[in-house]
Design a protein around this ligand. Sequence first.
Ligand code: BES
Ligand code: ZN
Ligand code: ZN
Length: 497
Amino acid sequence: MKIKIKHPAKTTWPLVIIPMMPRDLASANFKNFSKKEDLPKKIISSFSAKKATCLLLAGSQTEQIILVGIGEDPTYKDILFVFRKFAVDHKKQLNTKLTLHLSFTSMAKNAQKITLLTAAAVNGLQLSTYDIGLYKTHDKIVHPLAKSTSTLTILVDKTFQNEVEDAALEGAAKGSTQLSIMDLVNAPGNKAIPEVLGQWAINSGKRFGYKTTVFSKKKITSTGLHALLAVNRGSEYMPAFVVMEYKPKNAGKKKLPKVGLVGKGVTFDTGGISIKGHQNMHYMKSDMGGAAAVLGTMELTAKLQLPVHLIGIVPATDNCVDATAIKPGDVINSYSGKTIEIIDTDAEGRLILADGLAYLNKKFNPEIMLDLATLTGSSVRTFGYQCGAAFSKNEQLIAQLTAAGDATGERIWPLPLWDDYQNHMDSDVADIKNFSGRPVAGAISAAKFLEFFTNKHPQWAHLDIAGVAFGDTGFSKQKSATGYGVGLLVEFLKNLV
Ligand code: BES
Ligand code: ZN
Ligand code: ZN
């Protein structure tokens, strides 16, 4: 989607969308706006401007004006939803040229608000082009805004043209990265195999300027990533261990905050020998939502050239059933040297994350370590689909993540990491066990397991995103990828500097 910023001169534009809040209606002056219709009367009588309402004002071939309601004081998430829904619902009527007129809402009077409005609107328009029919061979209709010729013209008064341009470009950059990771999460376990995650990172790194190394099984073995290898034992596919590193092009000798991310890349989770029930098992193709968030964050950070030193790690494998698969009761080794008793092979995500975290910490020594994983059903039972569960002993880190989540609508909420829970994970035979065996506090004991492999890192947080990475988006018949994580993490990184 090409973006142009223009002054709202008295020309007619192809298909004009005008976002408005209810309170904007009283003061909106549409005199002389349309040549053919008496707009003020129409507006007053039939448009509320409530969230996700719309009204077609003038419908001639040369002039189409659509008012889109964004509700009173909308958040980023509200605006994104309104524009995504609008452009999905009107896919057949839209064409490649679209105009967004920002002069009729009072949000345009303030730099911060017009930035929010523009970024979220463009992000939403970009996401509206998402095509979930990855493997459909016919009846494909390409969304007009996804075509190479598509152009979005934004009309805005001189005062904030620069802000609007930056926000629009950022909204579009973010949207296109989200589209790409949504494909990964929606792709089934026989398509998005570990090698594919590695290749995604290699391609993205080449295109946007960050370094990617994908460890082969041989390298994973010689490095001693034993826990990743253990989960991979039941798999027909080779594991992958993706290591990505980004620094801005003009970094020079500037001191940059060093942040490390680890994402769970289980490309399909059958549960292993502790096999899951068959109902909804197909949704376990999404068990790499953490990996997708980390991959997307590497890409968007590089696109935006943020002033951070960012390391991303994605341990990837599926969790399958085979004669060679790990069994309950087995004791395995890990990269850290700590031994793990396997109680339940379905608690596999924490095993590969243990290796990812220990490797990240030892090799890169980052100031901040974050991991993201679709880790437990327990976190979904606790929070539903509204937020990820966050764990950290560092209150400032929790506060920074909460703020970034609130700003982007990709929210998190804390749960405790008290040491009183540590004995849930005590093993008689090994250094730790991978499942408490108790029907309570599952998300917390999983977090305590991970903490065991962080070497008491002072700025580590774990985000359990099982409820938010994949779900009912309103844009597909079944559950599908939400793109969660990229917005949250990039906002967090932007606020660091
Ligand atoms: N991938 C699942 C967690 C999950 C559940 C993600 C629902 C998304 C939606 C994870 O590997 C798992 O199976 N966790 C078990 C852990 C248990 C065996 C200790 C769980 O939460 O039931
Ligand atoms: Zn599992
Ligand atoms: Zn899993």
